[in-house]
Ligand binder design. Structure first.
Ligand code: AHR
Length: 510
């Protein structure tokens, strides 16, 4: 049993024993955290704080790109306000151009004179795609953000040669017919494409394939790639362990990563549920479902372990986030983003930190104006969401090494759902400081966390009065981090957590 699993098991045991239902709402629940200096796994790859952008709704057009002629201030077409907010946050990697869109995308539509680019039907998300943003424009954005690129390449509706030629066009330095075309289109120096996804959701929008068929196809496409790039096999997004088995067994040697998609819905795919105006049951349901990402990572990792004992193949959670009903009249997959979404982000980050031996990348769906977005725009205005601030709070964890810790927490019950009051992640940052993230899931009760840590703590807290508190263009500061500090007493550091809060602190920073 690993130390992290010990942590979770122990927390469950305490929960069963202590359910302080009679305590008053204002009285804090008592939580104990003991941290050792022993690493709990390899370092937290910064890429687990990655993003996903798809040609869908107002993600690319309007959200990120307004075009060089727009009155909205921009740099070569990319909005200055959004680029600046994302640069501030730090974007380690962006996945593009889909999602489902990727398997219906011909890269040649997006190069050359913009006025001559074809207009296509956006099969999956409605409307027309004029291809104004293509390879050169997207790579310009990635360079402005200093982000690595994760190309989602078409395995569903184009031959292997198309994927191979796109990569050659982008990454080859020698003089070939394709690289000369790239030069004529304005780019001399080859780009680096660190990651390439071979298809997307091949079990669904990527071609409705059987795993056995997908596996053969994956091997074929991977064989003909003309680039040095990490190859990610389109993976799992439901509950198909069989798919993981087949891909790992028959395609393992042709991949560097396997992917997992995990969406959190309060309801089901027919009635997903509301982004705002929800009750405590829906709060608890969403947090419980979000925590299920760890169960899925565990299951998929165990199957991967059978076929890849040395853990050469990474797991990329290349789509994760909340998914609610789209309000009438909104663009595709647009939804508001509340404190609850920030909690989902924090719980997901903590789960990724506990699985650093496999999880080397994760991409929130999606960067702007769709699903769990860190940024929303409307015309010339932009607002940063609680999810943006969760990413921001967790910045010190990038590159840090998770530490073994034992958490004893009571649990609380809402309707049928029982949850731990507090969830935690601890890591040693590169500067030697201990980074501690604590999430109080209980919307009613504060928590007091006593620890064996010796130093004082400084950092920030994200919380709000209402469970669905959110930022709007008119009130952009409703949910923003505020400074947080706690002092160590003779018995160790004690942290007071407000109800429904995320606290991230640095302890004993030199
Ligand atoms: O993120 C929206 C969609 O969700 C993606 O296009 C697809 O891969 C997934 O089903």
């Amino acid at each position: 049993m690993t130390p992290t699993r010990l942590l979770r098991t122990f927390a469950t045991f305490v929960a069963a024993a202590v359910l302080p239902l009679c305590a008053s709402a204002a009285e804090p629940v008592q939580v104990r955290l003991d941290v050792t200096q022993q690493p709990a796994g390899p370092r937290i790859e910064p890429a687990v704080y990655g993003h996903f952008t798809e040609h869908l709704g107002r993600v690319i057009y309007d959200g990120l790109w307004v075009g060089p002629e727009s009155p909205v201030p921009n740099t070569r077409g990319w909005r200055n306000d959004v680029v600046s907010a994302l640069r501030q946050l730090g974007v380690p990697v962006i996945r593009w151009p889909g999602g489902c869109f990727a398997d219906d995308y011909d890269w040649r539509d997006g190069i050359g004179d913009p006025a001559k680019r074809p207009v296509r039907i956006n099969k999956w998300w409605g409307g027309l795609e004029n291809n104004r943003v293509g390879t050169h424009e997207f790579m310009d954005l990635a360079e402005m953000l200093g982000a690595e690129v994760y190309l989602a390449a078409n395995m569903g509706s184009m031959p292997p040669r198309a994927m191979a030629e796109w990569l050659e066009y982008m990454t080859e330095g020698r003089k070939t017919t394709l690289t000369e075309e790239r030069r004529r289109n304005g780019r001399d120096k080859p780009w680096t494409i660190k990651y390439t996804g071979i298809g997307n959701e091949s079990w669904g929008c990527g071609g409705n394939m059987r795993p056995e068929y997908q596996s053969d196809l994956h091997n074929q496409y991977a064989t003909f790639l003309r680039a040095s790039t990490l190859r990610a096999a389109s993976g799992e997004g439901g509950t198909s362990d069989h798919l993981v088995e087949v891909l790992m067994e028959h395609s393992g040697k042709h991949m560097d990563a396997f992917t997992l998609h995990y969406y959190t819905l309060p309801g089901d795919w027919t009635t997903k549920g509301e982004a705002l105006g929800f009750n405590a049951d829906a709060w608890a349901k969403v947090l419980k479902t979000a925590m299920g990402i760890e169960t899925r990572i565990d299951v998929v990792s165990r199957i991967m372990d059978k076929h890849d004992k040395d853990k050469r193949i990474a797991l990329y959670v290349d789509e994760w986030g909340t998914w609610y009903d789209t309000p009438a009249g909104a663009s595709a997959l647009w939804q508001q983003n509340s404190l609850r979404d920030a909690m989902v982000a924090a719980l997901s980050f903590n789960a990724f930190h506990r699985h650093t031996e496999r999880v080397k990348m994760a991409n929130v769906a999606q960067m702007v104006n769709a699903l769990q977005s860190p940024v929303l725009t409307e015309g010339p205005r932009m607002v940063l969401t609680p999810t943006y601030y969760a990413f921001d709070l967790y910045k010190p964890f990038r590159g840090a090494t998770p530490l073994q810790a034992k958490l004893e927490t009571p649990r609380f019950r809402t309707g049928d759902i029982e949850l731990p009051a507090v969830e935690a992640s601890v890591a040693r940052a590169e500067d030697g400081s201990t980074q501690l993230a604590l999430v109080n899931l209980d919307p009613q009760r504060p928590a007091r966390v006593t620890t064996n840590l010796k130093g004082d703590a400084r950092g920030r807290v994200l919380t709000a009065a209402a469970m669905d508190a959110h930022n709007t263009f008119d009130k952009p500061q409703t949910v923003v981090p505020t400074p947080y500090a706690a002092r160590a007493g003779a018995q160790g550091l004690v942290l007071e957590l407000p109800p429904k809060s995320i606290v991230v602190v640095s302890v004993g920073k030199p």
